[in-house]
Design a binder for this molecule. Sequence first.
Ligand code: C2E
Ligand code: CA
Ligand code: CA
Length: 757
Amino acid sequence: MNVRLTFSIIFIALSMALAVCGLIAFRSRKGIGVPLGRMLFCLIPPVVGNLLIICSTAKLPATIGCYLYYVGIDFTVFSVLRYTLAYCYIPWKNNRFRVFVLSVLGLDVVQLLTNLFFGHAFSLECIQLYGQPYYRMIPYFPQQLHRLLVYSVLGAVLVILFLKMRHSSRINANRYGVIFFTMLAIIVWATFYVFSRTPLDRSMIGYAVFGLMAFYFSLYYKPFMLLNRIMMDISAELPDALFFFDDAGNCIWLNTEGRKLVNVQGQDLSGVEARLKPFLEKGQGADHWAAQMESEGDGGRKHYVLEKRTIRDNRGYVDGSFLNIRDDTEAQQKLMQETYRARHDELTGLYTRTWLYKRIQDKLTESAGMLQSLVFINVSNFKLINDIFGIEFGNSVLRRIADVLRGFTPAGGVYGRLGGDNFGVLVPSAGFDGNGLESQLTSFTVNAGDIDYHVLIHMGVYEVTDASLEVSVMFDRARIAASSLRNDYHTHIAWYDDRMRVNMLWEQQISGDLHCALSEKQIVPYLQPLVDASGKVVGAEALVRWNHPEHGFLPPGKFIPIFEQNGMIAEVDRYMWRCACEQLAQWRDNDLFISVNISPKDFYFMDVVAEIQGLVKEYGVNPARLRLEITESVMISDVENKIRMLDGLRQAGFIVEMDDFGSGYSSLNMLKNMPIDVIKIDMVFLRSSEQDEKSMMILRNIINMSTDLNIVPLTEGVETEKQYADLSGMGCKLFQGYYFAKPMSVADFQAQYVDAA
Ligand code: C2E
Ligand code: CA
Ligand code: CA
């Protein structure tokens, strides 16, 4: 084939390839893209120039080709230099050097172009080649300078690449070596043409190939050896044990952890598969599987997490596989510890509430049909223990209780700490010895230095008759049973029955209703007349009544004990005292008195003296007309202070009465100590008086003694004429009872005893 045609095709193809690659390079987002693209485009003019020289049979196109070629080479070498610096990651920042290189190359371009006018650098001669004219260049001195310049720049490029190659790792040196040697080959090739003056210079093919190689190495070359090396390094040091197998399942590589696991050193991996057998069996030949396993070894029980993957090519043939084994023992132990911590109370080591609920739920499901008892245990005076003896001591009490529960609970039972001073137990009712537990927990004293302190413990038991209830609801019931004991020091265990819940609900409702009841005047005082020995009504006792919109007319027995329990009694009493004062203020024209009740609990919730004095002042009432009924239980605590208070009240002109004398633990001694004006003798003595001579004797003596002590005797619960006569005969001064009148509304009292008088 025609040589010229062949070259034309090759050169055109190379030019097009350079152009396409140049465009791709410009578009690439890599930093090297722009210098690379410039270099590829700069290579096109010399290639085209060379093509013109080779193909020209006339002088003009050959001349144009020559200029394109030589001037293009100047641009090319500059762009090669720029590209090389970028390729070797050397910043091109020395501005002077850059100006120098550019100026010299610029001068050379000028020098070459002016050859058009002066013909000083080169000229063309026509020779015959394959029977056709061929134009060959005759160089002069300036053209030699041009060559020198081009060689210098290319030499610099070679030096840069060489140095970079020398100072890189073996793996990375490849990428510089390839460019270096290609460049070297091109220089040798081009030099051959220069000195031999062989027509048809083909060395431009080398430049173009260099450009395309640079394109590949800059943008697409992936250093697989490097990747491989890095992957190996990473895998070798991974904390998991890794094993790689070939398609036949032979181990071809394993990392450090893997070696430790199967105890293999050196290059001989023949025994590995056999040692991995217990692990590999887990997968049963699947392509990809994950599993966990435990194994007993020298270092104790181990927990492993396994994963195996088989890698197949796109036709489905196995390439190889790998197995990953992670020693999860530590994490597993930590998890177990954490679980233990979450389920066990730190202080006592018993189950926490949440976990106890769960365990109880499970137990109830497991043993369906078997009657179980759920016990709620509460330390009644725990706050006191903490306050008096300190938290550390309180903690030791809780630990002691935990020990009792451990010893007490039979097999099949569960127990735990519900929080604070509350514990919970579930035991089969058949094996539950309530009295046994009661005696263990109630003989419970703790020793603090030289005092033994009795810990008051109350227990509520709910027999699980309805196992579908939430465990928390069951405990609520057991708690209700326990709280029915409240301040009881003698009984320590109570069994829940539904009445307790009804009571509880009643208490909650009635307490919730109180505020509204007071503001809407559902609560009112009733008055019961008090009579003297001549039968004259001298005053009245104010007794509370509640006209409940839902539950009707409520006597105090239905709500007073509840409010005494929760402290709301103070609000009721304050209200009653105010009503009494209001009434006394209206009764300016007579000298009737009103007795009001003061609950012992009032003293905990307010300053009783200040309250009462404030009221009489507010209404302008003579204190002697507001009588104060106090029960002897007031004197249970803080006696001296109470005596001082009562004295203060008496000095302020109030008349203080001791209520319900004889109903409780009254001692005659009390009469001596309590500063009182009137003693209200309880109706118990009258209830039995008909049959019982002894009671009559006691009554007579109480009346006598109080008269001696200057205390006015008053008998409550007088129901018959005979009682009235007898008591009068004994010297009793004041009387109250159904015989005279039942408690009545203020309006009725007004009509019968005030307006009628
Ligand atoms: P108490 O202070 O001993 O009041 C006397 C109770 O005996 C009244 O019952 C009265 O109705 C009743 N009674 C009077 N005469 C007779 C009689 O001849 N035979 C019988 N069987 N009973 C008679 P009530 O009104 O139900 O009050 C019961 C208790 O409630 C009172 O006993 C008192 O402890 C308490 N209470 C009533 N009102 C108040 C109040 O405003 N504040 C406080 N803190 N407690 C009150
Ligand atoms: Ca009373
Ligand atoms: Ca009474």
